[in-house]
Design a binder for this molecule. Structure first.
Ligand SMILES: *Cc1c(COP(=O)(O)O)cnc(C)c1O
Length: 247
């Protein structure tokens, strides 16, 4: 290893041991769940493979990983097809990135879960397009818990108001919530955001018991352990598995 702790530059030359990284992430997930008195089996690792080639996905797959996440629709479709052609047939694909309203049709596909429904308009169009295709989509609603202007997602109050209407949309099945925490050096600073998402979920459960509010998709490379301690059922981890991304 040529890198040192203080070197934060992107090192694309050091080979990345994906199997070892995965094992380490899984171990840390188990430890975080136990610290919180949770069953580690309640938390699913979504390996975020965006920007990385099929070979990286294959290496993770060979190490037993089956849930993969991509944030761009075009790249997701390319990888679904490439993985299928390569015989990696049992992958569960998650769409985790923003969907533009004119592209909702492309979000109807062989995906296990869409994490990033961030507006009522997107929910309505997805429902319409899914029905046209004879599908019902499992989705999460993305929440801007921290209220940062640059972040996408429903404001908590807005979501409480809009949830009953969205639960009526026949082409989507709402399975829970997703959030992105602010980028901070100390993952402890993200804890209030994760806790906030869990509390919002509990409020929604009380107000709209007809909905399935099971999932909390929260936590990435820098903060997945804190997210698990606060109740995450899905963590979306990229760099800790596949190494740094270029660009
Ligand atoms: C890229 C991405 C991740 C993973 O980020 P890492 O910091 O590399 O773990 C998680 N969620 C979303 C929505 C992303 O776009």
């Amino acid at each position: 290893m040529a890198t040192t702790q203080t070197d934060t530059s992107v090192d694309t030359n050091t080979p990345v041991d994906i199997a070892a990284n995965l094992a380490q992430v899984r171990q840390r997930m188990v430890a975080a769940a136990r610290r919180a008195g949770r069953d580690p089996a309640e938390v699913t690792l979504v390996a975020v493979s965006k920007t990385h080639p099929l070979e990286a996905i294959r290496a993770a797959w060979a190490a037993g990983q089956r849930d993969f996440g991509e944030n761009r629709l075009e790249e997701l479709w390319e990888k679904v097809e490439a993985a299928r052609d390569a015989g990696l047939s049992d992958i569960r694909w998650h769409l985790i990135g923003t969907i533009q309203s004119r592209k909702t049709r492309q979000a109807v596909g062989p995906f296990v879960l869409i994490h990033s429904v961030d507006r009522v308009k997107i929910a309505r169009r997805l429902s319409r397009d899914a029905l046209e295709a004879g599908q019902v989509l499992d989705v999460l609603l993305e929440v801007n818990v921290s209220g940062e202007e640059t972040k996408r997602g429903f404001a908590p109050d807005e979501l409480l108001a809009e949830a009953p209407g969205m639960l009526q949309l026949p082409g989507i099945r709402i399975r829970g919530l997703m959030t992105m925490a602010p980028l901070v050096d100390d993952p402890e600073e993200a804890r209030p955001v994760f806790r906030g998402l869990r509390e919002l979920r509990d409020q929604l459960r009380a107000r709209c018991p007809e909905g399935d509010w099971y999932h909390l998709s929260m936590g990435m490379t820098n903060d997945f352990e804190v997210a698990i301690e606060e109740g995450a059922t899905l963590v979306r981890v990229g760099s800790a598995i596949f190494g740094a991304r270029q660009a």
